[in-house]
Design a protein around this ligand. Sequence first.
Ligand code: FPP
Length: 230
Amino acid sequence: MVNALKHLAIIMDGNGRWAKQKGKIRTQGHKKGAKTIKEITTWCAKNNIAYLTLYAFSTENWNRPKSEVDFLMKLLEKYLIDEKKTYLQNNIRFKTIGNIEIFNQPLRRTIESLETETASNTALTQILALNYGSKDEIARACEKIITTNAYAKNPDMPQLIEAHLDTKGIPDVDLLIRTGGEMRLSNFLLWQASYAELFFSPILWPDFRADDLANIIEDFKSRKRRFGGL
Ligand code: FPP
């Protein structure tokens, strides 16, 4: 039996280095990276993957220069507006995880209206992690459990945490890929990827193609997953 791949998660790293190698400014790498998001997402929609979670902006990314943060916010908004047709034509549902309350109103409205307009799409759910950090997500889940007194009603803590995470109702990550050669998880889906198969690719995100993903998935299918058993 080959492994089923329901939930694929990707840390899209290497935009800055891609730009540097080409003698361009860093933001050009992000722009090219957005094109890769489109290619990989539509490929997943056509290849029977149910959930694709992409690490688009972390809670730590605010530490970058303001000009780069501003660029990323504008690029995100433009992407969601320009690619609305891609979501609709390819039957892709759009969702976010992370705390988006901090974003400006127009961006929030764009996010929320795309979520609503694609809510009944069924080929793929694309989840963008925005102002996302695993520690922040788990801490917010615990706060909700305390403030709603949920533990008094159901004292099963792991189940309660699961039910209060941003990923509530979404299956755990099966395969987690990081592009760009670094070998770390950077505060991404630490709870949900507890038993994920990990794959680190040296390819920089703007150069990452659907064929590269297909090759990684072939490798994933043949891995032996034991989930702590034998
Ligand atoms: C890492 O590259 C990438 C990010 C900061 C997140 C991913 C962002 C994009 C793909 C841009 C487009 C996003 C959307 C949602 C339209 P890096 O800057 O850390 O690269 P480096 O490690 O080479 O410096």
